[in-house]
Design a protein around this ligand. Structure first.
Ligand SMILES: N[C@@H](CCC(=O)N[C@@H](CS)C(=O)NCC(=O)O)C(=O)O
Length: 214
């Protein structure tokens, strides 16, 4: 049995990615939620990974940390599942988009932190944040145009790329920047999945609040 160690569902965007992946592919796992940035949380995380960060996936003796690395581990462990798209060209694009998500978009992340219960509405988006949003929308539009015939997600069927972008869907939903109809349709597909609804129900049940993120 796999165990996924995550942070608060209300705030932990990095945790949301592998959680959405496992849940969407109906891969059974136990969940350990560590409330972040409170007394003792670092020590609890360090019991599972020397990185001191969540998420961490535990598979017996193997501890895998970092959300993208966990997606790769899950893809290798379940080779019969299309965790990454089966088509080589689509897979290359899905990995490139996911890696760009992992290494970029600092302005969006900083200005629009993931706080799922935040009152919905826009802020005064900086030029850098608007550039991040435009870049993400252009990638989504490209993959949706190419793979729309196979389903409503970035590469038709749900894949690791969708898991990697799930927190951006939260941010767009909460901060409501001006978006295209294509982006809206993709977000609707994501927010209607059972996995999405389960994550949000878990977040709604949390009572922990981190004042500096509010
Ligand atoms: N690149 C890492 C980032 C992980 C990360 O920054 N996690 C944050 C929570 S979203 C964390 O563990 N913070 C707790 C701390 O630093 O004490 C990943 O993708 O997993």
């Amino acid at each position: 049995m796999l165990t996924l160690v995550i942070g608060n569902k209300s705030y932990s965007s990095w945790s949301m990615r592998p959680w959405m992946l496992l849940e969407s592919f109906q891969i059974p796992f136990d969940e350990i939620v560590i409330p972040l940035y409170v007394e003792g949380s670092k020590q609890q995380i360090l019991k599972h990974t020397p990185s001191g960060k969540v998420p961490v996936l535990i598979d017996g003796e193997t501890h895998v940390w970092d959300s993208l690395s966990i997606c790769e581990y899950v893809a290798e462990k379940f080779p019969d599942r299309a965790i990454w798209p089966k088509d080589a060209q689509a897979r290359a694009l899905a990995r490139s988009m996911s890696a760009e998500m992992h290494s970029s978009f600092q302005a969006l992340r900083q200005q629009c932190g993931m706080v799922v219960h935040r009152k919905k509405g826009p802020v005064e988006f900086s030029a850098d944040t608007l550039a991040d949003i435009a870049r993400i929308e252009s990638m989504w539009a490209f993959s949706r145009a190419k793979y729309a015939k196979d389903g409503p997600f970035l590469f038709g069927a749900f894949s690791a790329a969708d898991a990697m972008y799930a927190p951006v869907v939260v941010r767009f939903d909460v901060y409501q920047p001006k978006i295209s109809a294509t982006t809206r349709a993709y977000m609707d597909a994501m927010t209607q999945t059972p996995a999405w609804k389960k994550w949000m129900a878990g977040a709604a049940a949390e009572t922990w609040r981190i004042p500096r993120f509010e």
